[in-house]
Design a protein around this ligand. Structure first.
Ligand SMILES: Nc1ncnc2c1ncn2[C@@H]1O[C@H](COP(=O)(O)OP(=O)(O)OP(=O)(O)O)[C@@H](O)[C@H]1O
Ligand SMILES: [Mg+2]
Length: 244
């Protein structure tokens, strides 16, 4: 098992937010976590990324317990921002530069601009890019972290529906090439169905995983997604139950 999470629990100001969250992710698997707003989705990723400490529970990568910030995880937080005074190239190589590997990071990044639909924008500044391009740049920065597990928190949440669909098509194609283990947090049922091998539904807080849906082996397309009315309704009903 690539990632295993056991009994993760946390409270803020004596209010219990996560109460015994358990799940695991296989090597190369793409898992989506979906749940009501404010139930603790970002908190799970913050704990895994080492930004927050759980009150109880543990998590392990490749069977090894992780207790602090770890190079196993590349984290794209919700509302990820590019530095407005830096070029796109400097933004996407930020982590490499921090780790004194600026030249290696630049060499790797330059090879990826075309794949990420950013060719020609290496030396542009964030305000010169569209919203979708800025998200792809933030995504490229995450992908260049050389980590084995990507943590994506609503990566396309701020985009209009057409651009979001384009980004999802792009990610579906790209994920085969990247092949990395991915944990995606979203509140968008279509996004979870379209992108994930498995969907974990979180209950309202204090949150636990209340349902799991496997989509392993399903060949995904927009046509497939449009025909999943019953499954979408089941997930919607479950989320509504949890929000009530
Ligand atoms: N560092 C913190 N300090 C205090 N409270 C926090 C902290 N982080 C999160 N919370 C609280 O924990 C709860 C869950 O927050 P979280 O951001 O994980 O929810 P979410 O499921 O990601 O919500 P959304 O769908 O709106 O992004 C919220 O009530 C939030 O106010
Ligand atoms: Mg969140």
């Amino acid at each position: 098992m690539k990632l295993s999470v056991k009994d993760l629990s946390i409270s803020f100001n004596e209010k219990k937010i996560l109460d015994g969250v358990n799940f695991s992710v296989e090597e190369g698997e793409f898992v989506a976590i979906i749940g009501p707003s404010g139930c603790g989705k970002s908190t799970i990723l913050n704990i895994l990324a080492g930004v927050l400490k759980a009150d109880r529970g543990s998590y392990a990568v490749d069977g090894q317990c992780v207790t602090s910030i770890s190079s196993h995880f590349a984290y794209m937080p919700q509302n990820d921002l590019l530095m407005p005074w830096m070029t796109i190239l400097d933004n996407v190589t930020l982590y490499g530069s921090i780790h004194h590997q600026h030249k290696e990071a630049v060499d790797r990044a330059l090879k990826e601009f075309e794949v990420f639909g950013l060719d020609g924008y290496q030396y542009a500044y964030p305000h010169e890019l569209s919203g979708g391009m800025r998200q792809r740049a933030a995504f490229l920065r995450t992908a260049l972290c050389s980590a084995d597990i990507m943590l994506l928190d609503e990566p396309f949440g701020a985009l209009d529906v057409i651009t979001r669909n384009e980004m999802q098509d792009w990610l579906l194609k790209l994920r085969k090439e990247l092949g990395s283990t991915t944990l995606l947090v979203t509140h968008d049922i279509d996004e979870a169905l379209y992108l994930a091998d498995r969907i974990l539904i979180l209950s309202k807080s204090p949150a636990t995983i209340c349902e799991e849906i496997s989509l392993k082996g399903v060949e995904k397309s927009r046509e497939w997604l449009f025909s999943q009315g019953d499954l979408k309704k089941d997930i919607y009903d479950k989320l509504k139950e949890e929000t009530a």
